[in-house]
Design a protein around this ligand. Structure first.
Ligand code: FEO
Length: 172
């Protein structure tokens, strides 16, 4: 049986992961409208990963015979002044998710809910990777921000790299 306090926090985390999905999908739409199709594809892939995160928690709550309670999502931001600003927002979002996962681990330990603690370790590790990946793109974007040709090349590179990443994940 799932600890009620942990269950509430896990349900709140589902909302946060779905909000991340919605935010990154909105960013993907923004990049598509800017004709930066490589960054748009990379962001859409990232949005899909957030849905996977939400569903992992959804399935875990059910496995523990708990109750999933979905709540309303806030509408995401829909436009940014630049690619750098959008990816900065993505990094801030990831940092908030990391802090939320850390609080969840603290709660699981406080409640002596070892199963949830163990389950959440996957998310602790995932957040290290998520922040690193978003920060890498951000640093690259900052470097080429004032050079349209550089931005074009980075976009092309991300289009190719994003595709390879998806193929590698599909093969796992
Ligand atoms: Fe599921 Fe990017 O945090």
């Amino acid at each position: 049986m799932l600890n009620p306090k942990v269950q509430d926090a896990l349900n709140a985390q589902i909302n946060m992961e779905l909000s991340a999905f919605y935010t990154y999908l909105s960013m993907s739409a923004y990049f598509t409208s800017e004709n930066l199709l490589g960054i748009a594809a990379w962001m859409r892939h990232h949005a899909d990963e957030e849905m996977v995160h939400a569903m992992k928690i959804y399935d875990f709550i059910h496995q523990r015979r708990g109750q999933v309670r979905l709540t309303a999502l806030d509408g995401p931001k829909t436009s940014w002044s630049s690619a750098v600003e959008a990816v900065e927002d993505a990094l801030h979002h990831e940092e908030k998710v990391t802090a939320s996962i850390d609080r969840l681990v603290d709660l699981a330990r406080q409640e002596r809910d070892h199963a949830s603690d163990s389950f959440l370790q996957w998310f602790v590790d995932e957040q290290v990777e998520e922040e690193a990946v978003v920060d890498e793109i951000l640093q690259q974007l900052k470097r080429v921000a004032d050079f349209p040709a550089g931005l074009f090349m980075l976009d092309r590179d991300l289009a190719a790299h994003g595709g390879e990443e998806e193929e590698a994940e599909a093969a796992e």
